[in-house]
Design a protein around this ligand. Structure first.
Ligand code: GDP
Ligand code: GDP
Length: 436
């Protein structure tokens, strides 16, 4: 289930982001009201020969105003920490530079698999230039051209060769995996400690599972859970761990491994842009979401405060209208006991299947109530709907002409499905297909 991670490292201007964008391709965001999720990306997913993976452009992570060489050293360390395979990118036009040799040394010591790419080989005559790069010690250099899209296939072939072989060690599948995502200091670590200190929680063990992550396993009401570790919760040691881009990257990786994402907000500070970005990613990734308002003890309240805060959250997170909101305090432990049952509810809905005939009754009633749209004299006809998947629940709507389906009508159908079946805590997906 966990996708392999590929990181691109190299000096500025060798063409890292050009290659990143080529590999990722154009992906249109499915939620228009999530700001900045798909722009300015340094982390996204790609696919080659049916292998799906995540890719990081480490060049997009700037660590303070450190000098040039320190920057690329940090970027190389990030690649070593985060990736299964590293693409070490160089520039044929400039040959092997001192900075390349510096990066090579670090990568070499890490023992992570490295594929060496020589970019800007825009035509076959320029291939001569690659031989110098054998001196870096990573074997065969792959000539590529980011701007012309040449050589990428061979490069990616070499990259996926190094992916970890799929073992059958994924015995975690019946456990509910969740992560706590939010800015530094919102209280994520305090919340984890409060959860683990709860009377009915049995902490089974603290196991270093995949890679460097420290996940915590626990039992509650005879159900097993895993808390996925994120950067904000680890002891911060390395310089780059304090940068925003890096903490977002870690959060995205944690979201990827989670069934349920707890978006933690500090009640004292309210909601900021970064909260929305991360929550938007959880939504796009199709994870169940619970919004947790922590430090509720520190807020002066009257009988309207909670309603007002809730409204503020709804206004900011329009795309998360399905996410339940929990107000609590990690310090006083007030309402802490409501959290795990909420995670369980969201998780159950995340993998809920509904019966096809009941589903179709709901949809046909909806259509009778609010007829499907027309376009250029043609009316959309809905034949039937079927659930094709879970995590998140995914439905295919079979119609005469998919082009006539309108976003707002899809939204209406989704609302009718929610009204009938709930699905609290989980996004649902509606796909429109022509009936063959
Ligand atoms: P980064 O700093 O490593 O991310 O490099 P960029 O992707 O921003 O590219 C730096 C410059 O090199 C840009 O002007 C690109 O258009 C150019 N560039 C990237 N790939 C190639 C290539 O294959 N051939 C040539 N001639 N130029 C390229
Ligand atoms: P993290 O960076 O998100 O893991 O946040 P921490 O768990 O380290 O908490 C940051 C600070 O907020 C610490 O000083 C905590 O004592 C404080 N804090 C955490 N939860 C609460 C809470 O529910 N109420 C109050 N008043 N303070 C809290």
């Amino acid at each position: 289930m966990v996708k392999p991670v590929v990181a691109i490292v190299g000096r500025p201007n060798v063409g890292k982001s050009t290659i990143f964008n080529r590999v990722v391709g154009e992906r249109i965001s499915i939620v228009e009201d999530v700001p900045g999720v798909t722009r300015d990306r340094i982390y996204s997913s790609g696919e080659w020969l049916n292998q799906v993976f995540n890719i990081i452009d480490t060049g997009g992570i700037e660590v303070g105003d450190e000098p040039f060489l320190a920057q690329i050293r940090y970027q190389a360390e990030i690649a070593i920490d985060e990736a299964d395979v590293i693409i070490f990118m160089t520039n044929s036009r400039e040959g092997v530079t001192a900075a390349d040799e510096e990066v090579a040394k670090l990568l070499f010591r890490s023992k992570k698999p490295v594929v060496l790419a020589v970019n800007k080989v825009d035509n076959p005559e320029m291939r001569e230039a690659i031989y110098d790069f054998y001196s870096l010690g990573f074997g065969e250099p792959y000539p590529i051209s980011g701007s012309h899209g040449l050589g990428l296939g061979d490069l990616l072939d070499a990259v996926i060769e190094h992916f970890p072989k799929k073992g059958n060690d994924d015995d975690d599948d019946d456990k509910i995996k969740f992560s706590l995502i939010g800015r530094p200091n919102v209280g994520k670590s305090s919340l984890v400690n409060a959860l683990l200190g709860e009377e009915r929680v049995i902490v089974s063990d603290i196991a270093g599972t995949t890679r460097d992550a420290i996940d915590t396993e626990l039992k509650y009401n005879n159900k097993e859970y895993v808390i996925i570790d994120t950067a904000g919760m680890r002891k911060k040691g390395k310089v780059y761990e304090t940068t925003e881009k890096y903490s977002v990257l870690r959060a995205l990786k944690a979201i990827e491994r989670s069934d349920v994402v707890l978006v933690v907000i500090n009640a004292e500070e309210g909601i900021i842009e970064q909260d929305k970005k991360i929550a938007g990613y959880a939504h796009e990734a199709g994870r169940a979401v619970v919004i947790v308002v922590n430090k509720w003890d520190a807020v002066e309240k009257d009988e309207k405060t909670m309603k007002e805060f809730e409204q503020k959250i709804r206004d900011h997170f329009l795309f998360l209208d399905y996410a339940p909101i929990v107000f609590l305090s990690a310090i006083t432990k007030k309402r802490i006991h409501t959290l795990i049952p909420m995670i369980e509810l969201a998780s159950e809905n995340h993998s809920l299947r509904v019966e096809t005939n009941v589903l179709n009754d709901v949809i046909m009633d909806a259509v009778a109530m609010n007829p499907a749209p027309t376009d250029k004299g043609k009316r959309l006809r809905i034949y039937y709907v079927t659930q094709v998947g879970v995590k998140p629940p995914t439905f295919v709507v079979f119609v005469n002409e998919p082009e006539i389906m309108h976003f707002s009508y899809e939204r209406f159908l989704e609302n009718r499905i929610r009204a009938a079946f709930g699905f609290e805590g989980t996004p649902i997906r509606l796909l429109t297909r022509a009936r063959k």
